[in-house]
Design a protein around this ligand. Structure first.
Ligand SMILES: Nc1nc2c(c(=O)[nH]1)N[C@H]1C(S)=C(S)[C@@H](COP(=O)(O)O)O[C@H]1N2
Ligand SMILES: [Mo]
Length: 205
């Protein structure tokens, strides 16, 4: 059974196309693959998702355990910093709120996370950009398991920020007291990456 509980994307002021396209973006109907390095493959039997705080394990789920967590469906627009925007992408997964709950946490223990994916990728995020229905660990796209090239078996999805924040092949969520740059952020991209404020590069307001 799928329980959908108030997963909120960015509120839409109206339904005109223009209002849905952030500054400097264009709309595409394909789904480009953007990966720094090779596509990662992890057998589901070997897959785990961990939450860590200061090197200590707070929670860990096997694939079977992860699949048993409450599932949320969302339809949302996504925005890549290479300037494509794709409307109405359909995802299913476990919301960050439900992950916290499953870990036995009422709230995140710190203000930030570093999210790590297989292959050495990482992305930093403030907790405020993950909670209250803003993010999920997604396992399905368009009704099917996410393909390896798009980050399957599981990827982060933070649709209101540029898509580089949505780490593919996600395996580890490390809580941090301070915000520090992840993979693209240390290569000159913006520390937060809000497409509506066009926060593409370090130094953009
Ligand atoms: N692990 C991992 N996650 C990643 C990346 C990556 O190279 N490795 N690229 C990021 C970037 S820059 C983008 S735009 C999106 C692209 O996701 P897609 O290939 O499904 O379109 O994944 C993000 N997540
Ligand atoms: Mo990207």
């Amino acid at each position: 059974m799928v329980v959908t509980r108030g997963f909120r994307g960015r509120p839409r002021a109206d339904d005109t196309t223009r209002s849905r396209v952030p500054p400097g973006q264009y709309v595409t109907t394909d789904f480009p693959v953007l990966t720094a390095g090779p596509t990662q493959h992890t057998a589901l039997d070997d897959w785990t998702l961990s939450m860590q705080l200061a090197g200590r394990l707070l929670a860990q789920w096997s694939w079977r355990e992860f699949e048993a967590l409450p599932q949320t469906d969302i339809t949302t627009d996504i925005h890549c910093v290479t300037k494509w925007t794709k409307f109405d992408t359909r995802w299913r997964g476990v919301s960050f709120d439900d992950l916290l709950r499953a870990a036995g946490l009422d709230r995140a223990p710190t203000g930030f996370v570093m999210v790590h994916g297989d292959g050495g990728y990482s992305a930093n995020l403030p907790i405020a950009d993950l909670i209250d229905g803003k993010a999920m660990v997604a396992t399905h796209f368009d009704g099917l398991p996410i393909s390896p090239s798009h980050g399957g078996p599981a990827r982060l999805l933070v649709p209101h920020l540029y898509f580089w924040k949505s780490a593919k092949w996600v395996r580890r969520i490390a809580f941090r007291e301070q915000d520090s740059p992840g993979f693209w952020e240390s290569l000159g991209y913006h520390i937060r990456g809000d497409p509506w404020r066009e926060q593409r590069y370090d130094g953009d307001s």
